[in-house]
Design a protein around this ligand. Structure first.
Ligand SMILES: Nc1nc2c(ncn2[C@@H]2O[C@H](COP(=O)(O)OP(=O)(O)OP(=O)(O)O)[C@@H](O)[C@H]2O)c(=O)[nH]1
Ligand SMILES: [Mg+2]
Length: 305
């Protein structure tokens, strides 16, 4: 009887997380699914692809789609990233428009609000980073945004600290249609290990380098194989940069930088995959790869078209 009732009321659907770069979209995704699925950093344009992660409870299942921050694209890669975010808008049951409470509404938000006018999908305004503002600053912010869109809900949160994210999940449940379990209850992501491994290396580069380097790199996993003892997982990866000078920076004095990147990435991989890992990383130069369609395809962009 009980089971019958549960079945009838189970809800599920797709939820896209959009917003400007660096507002905390990936942090929110990881917080709600309780696992690091998407890499995070304080550099804008960290996320480059649609990242899917699944949240399952006994009442429902939501498939969250984290997207690249919407920005003025300056390369073919940028065009791809913005399209990856905008393409989700019509294909999901709900859009979470995430803003940073500490930042003034700017041209980026205006642009997104304009885009949202053209879709029929319900939208929640998620005001993130409330741990950084005084509570009194919240109401004026809400009033201002409310004028520009008929948001289904306005939910202030701190994705980093997990403040109010449970309330957000409850509001999402109300918005979801009745539906099936799309994924097994224990599955959090459908991204292949190769993708996550490459992303973790890219994340360490983002954390350890500055200026143009974070935007100039791509990471590929060339080989992943299990050792003869069956225990160690051997991973061979390459970081691509656009110029020789960038290669020098990434390798560092006596190879120190590359060693640090590899060490940090390996520790994260071991934590995530729960096994012993041997990681070797090379740095290669590929001039202006961000504007070369063939290279972008090689690096796995454009796959969803
Ligand atoms: N104080 C505070 N910082 C946060 C919060 N959420 C995210 N951040 C920080 O904001 C920065 C950007 O977070 P990300 O999750 O990578 O942002 P994003 O929106 O996915 O960025 P892109 O992928 O570049 O579009 C990181 O340094 C986070 O630690 C929050 O609730 N409070
Ligand atoms: Mg991100």
């Amino acid at each position: 009887m009980d089971n019958q009732k549960k079945k009838e009321t189970f809800k599920s659907g797709f939820v896209s997380i959009i917003g400007r770069p660096n507002v905390g979209k990936s942090t929110l995704l990881n917080q709600v699914v309780g696992q690091k699925v998407a890499i995070m950093s304080n550099k804008p344009q960290t996320t480059r692809n649609q990242i899917r992660a699944v949240y399952t409870s006994d009442k429902g299942q939501f498939i969250f789609i984290d997207t690249p921050g919407i920005h003025k694209a300056k390369s073919k890669l940028g065009d791809y990233m913005v399209a990856a975010a905008e393409n989700t808008l019509n294909e999901v049951d709900l859009v979470l428009f995430v803003i940073d409470a500490t930042e003034k509404r700017g041209a980026g938000e205006e642009y997104i609000l304009e885009r949202l006018k053209k879709v029929n999908t319900p939208v929640f305004l998620v005001i993130n980073k409330i741990d950084q503002i005084h509570p009194e600053e919240l109401l004026p912010l809400i009033d201002e945004y409310r004028k520009h869109h008929d948001f289904k809900q306005i939910v202030p949160i701190s994705a980093l600290q997990g403040n109010n994210t449970d309330a957000l999940l409850q509001s999402i449940l109300l918005e979801m249609p009745e539906g099936p379990m799309y994924y097994p209850a224990d599955q959090v992501t459908d991204h292949p290990e190769r993708f996550i491994v490459a992303e973790l290396i890219r994340e360490k580069v983002l954390h350890l380098t500055r200026e143009e380097i974070p935007h100039s790199i791509a990471v590929t996993v060339e080989e992943m194989k299990r050792g003869e003892n069956g225990k160690t997982l051997y991973i061979y990866a390459a970081i691509y940069v656009e110029r020789d000078s960038q290669k020098g920076i990434l390798i560092g004095k006596r190879g120190d930088m590359l060693k640090e990147i590899s060490k940090r990435a390996r520790m994260d991989m071991e934590r995530l995959l729960g096994e012993k890992i041997f990681l070797e990383v090379w740095v290669k130069v590929k001039k202006d790869w961000r504007n070369q369609e063939r290279m972008l395809r090689n690096f796995g962009f454009y796959e969803e078209k």
